[in-house]
Ligand binder design. Sequence first.
Ligand SMILES: [Zn+2]
Length: 72
Amino acid sequence: MRSPYTRVENSTLDGTGEEVNYQVPEPFERCVYCNTKLLFTHDLNLSYLEVIESCRCPGCGVTKAPQRFTLQ
Ligand SMILES: [Zn+2]
């Protein structure tokens, strides 16, 4: 039986499918410059129910902009 979705299946066979986007994220990130494991720090701000996540590369000292998460 032919399915109208056959084309979608074919598109995943040539390596351009979306499967790559569904990989489980690694528990840590690596520095884009020196590939050193980044250090994450989480500052819990209970007053605002926020977590501020900062990360820094111990290898070259690069820091990423802190990200703010709101607790729910
Ligand atoms: Zn680095």
